[in-house]
Ligand binder design. Structure first.
Ligand code: HSE
Length: 335
């Protein structure tokens, strides 16, 4: 059986979820791919922070990125550090060194996705990013492959768990925005800077990535008009309920006669709409296409194992491509 050596960049929440799934499901992964995926190196700043984690014999920590980028035996780099500067250098460096890349980095994709996809294609390697949007919900592959025969006309998503958690609590328990934000932070749902969540920026980045794939255009974060939930109060929510509506922070991409409209804003949606019943930190995405009519995917938009599940699915896909000598076939989605 072919063995493919991979390197993890970063060892935070998502990387540990990925690591655990790769260990716990190793046999299943081998059976499904016909490949033995071996973690060879884990790039971190300070290995001592992870002394409580037992690594497999094949794996070691490295603190110099060149130990990954210049190691010819590593065929796949899994970037799970986040950020758009150093992470971009690493992804760029890996692609240029003809290493396949899997990333969960939404900010990087929203900012430089088209460029990096081009680079991967030019170097004949894969760049996969299922985990970059909506954590454990398999929306990227669904859009790329399962719905490829459709002309997508509209995407509507609850794309941010923090704000959905806040709005659900405000609606169901009558709590104030401030009280619930604190709880969302304590539970670890919010981004390090919760502004990105509550001002709708996180959802806008996700919408830019999904709309790019759905509508085959270069769409960047700056193209999305954004309004967050900071000015929503309990009165708005009560008012909506009286008339049969829930307030949700929606990301909406829609073909109109004037072109594509891209918006993130808090909207009243009828309680009978499937998105209205998406509660708490869950995410969902509702896609309309000229073949499927409607499809809705629902699940956990963040978290160690759910997001790790998407990363592992990409690792498996790339591993198969490497073993068949078929990497670099996924063309950039815009034309
Ligand atoms: N802070 C994000 C959310 C995490 O609340 O959905 C996943 O991107």
């Amino acid at each position: 059986m072919t063995t493919i050596k991979i390197a993890l960049l970063g060892f935070g929440t998502v990387a540990q979820g990925t690591f655990n799934l790769l260990q716990d499901n190793a046999e299943l992964i081998r059976n499904r791919t016909g490949v033995n995926v071996e973690i060879s190196k884990i790039f971190v700043r300070n290995p001592n922070k992870y002394s409580h984690i037992t690594l497999p014999e094949t794996a070691q920590y490295v603190t110099d990125i060149d130990e990954v980028l210049k190691d010819d035996s590593i065929q796949m780099v899994v970037e799970l550090m986040g950020g758009t500067t150093f992470a971009k250098d690493c992804v760029e460096g890996a692609l240029k060194a003809k290493k396949n890349v899997v990333t969960a980095n939404k900010d990087l994709l929203a900012e430089s996705g088209p460029y990096l996809l081009d680079l991967a294609s030019k170097n004949g390697v894969d760049l996969r990013f299922e985990a970059s949007v909506l954590g454990g919900i398999p929306i990227i592959r669904t859009l790329y492959e399962s719905l490829a025969g459709n002309r997508i006309t509209e995407l509507i998503g609850i794309m941010n768990g923090t704000t959905n958690f806040i709005l659900t609590k405000m609606s169901e328990e009558g709590l104030s925005y401030q009280d619930v934000l604190k709880e969302a932070q304590d539970l670890g749902y919010a981004e390090a800077d919760p502004t990105a969540d509550v001002e709708g920026l996180d959802a806008a980045r996700k919408l830019a990535i999904l709309a790019s794939i759905s509508f085959n255009r270069r769409i960047f974060f700056e193209d999305v008009s954004v309004e967050g939930i900071t000015s929503i109060d309990t009165e708005d929510i009560k008012f909506g309920k009286e008339f049969g509506y829930n307030i949700k922070l929606l990301g909406i991409a829609k073909e109109t006669s004037q072109g594509l409209s891209l918006n993130v804003y808090p909207a009243f949606i009828p309680t009978t709409h499937p998105l209205a019943s998406v509660r708490g930190s869950y995410n969902a995405i509702y896609v309309k296409g000229n073949g499927i009519d409607d499809v809705m995917l629902y699940g956990r938009g963040a978290g160690s194992l759910p997001t790790g599940s998407s990363v592992v699915s990409d690792i498996m896909e790339v591993a198969k491509n490497v073993s068949y000598n078929e990497t670099g076939r996924l063309k950039p989605f815009y034309y």
